[in-house]
Design a protein around this ligand. Sequence first.
Ligand SMILES: Nc1ncnc2c1ncn2[C@@H]1O[C@H](COP(=O)(O)OP(=O)(O)O)[C@@H](O)[C@H]1O
Ligand SMILES: [Mg+2]
Length: 239
Amino acid sequence: MKNIMTCIGIAKSYGSGDILEHVLKRVDLEFHEGQASVLVGPSGSGKTTLLSILGCLLAPSEGQLLITDQHVNFTDKSSLTEVRRQKLGFIFQHAQLLPFLTIEENLAIVGRNAGMMEEDIKQRLDGLLHRLELQAMRYKHPAQLSGGQRQRVAIARALLHRPSIVLADEPTAALDWNTGKTVVELLLEQARTEQAVLVVVTHDTRMLPLFDRILSIADGILSEQEQTAAAENIFYTQP
Ligand SMILES: Nc1ncnc2c1ncn2[C@@H]1O[C@H](COP(=O)(O)OP(=O)(O)O)[C@@H](O)[C@H]1O
Ligand SMILES: [Mg+2]
């Protein structure tokens, strides 16, 4: 399996001098093609911090991030933008679509930023809108959609340019269980179809059995839990 993303000794502290907060102490991790991970941990444990580093939005205090064998240079803003536009797709708690653009325009912009040809963008848009059951929403604006529909658009937007890495920070926190589960299942299906690395932060332990790997952060340390029948139990006993 191809290695897509590697963290080597990644640490992150906030603040300065005596009031340094060591949020991540040392993270060593590898992510392979097509692998779907869920990231859990108490509130304030550093999940968003880690996801922001993986997404090249935040520089680590120490350590290295490699994306498809290339060292990410966090001091070079233009190469960071390029990596984000070509290799990464993001999904947030609230879809964060551009309110003055239609759904189609919100999606097309991502393809243009990644340098895709217009014809390719159109085909990709048609395919994703169809699979995510959003055709009827194509010419609408984000405010005309429900929360679940907006998150489905956010999935399409994150995947449109076929990124090798898709990161989602509590994508279902604003949705009810059934809508949220459907959103995560679609996200998993699309990421697997594209063989993308997927990392999803969630508070909902019922989601854990859907993923290949369970990563958990506590006290600045990241550990991997085994994906076991116990997790399946959580899934079935707390509908
Ligand atoms: N920009 C920042 N400046 C200072 N402290 C921050 C900043 N971002 C996050 N923190 C602190 O780092 C810790 C981890 O935050 P975060 O990564 O958002 O955790 P989580 O997503 O797990 O809730 C928290 O104590 C938070 O207050
Ligand atoms: Mg967070």
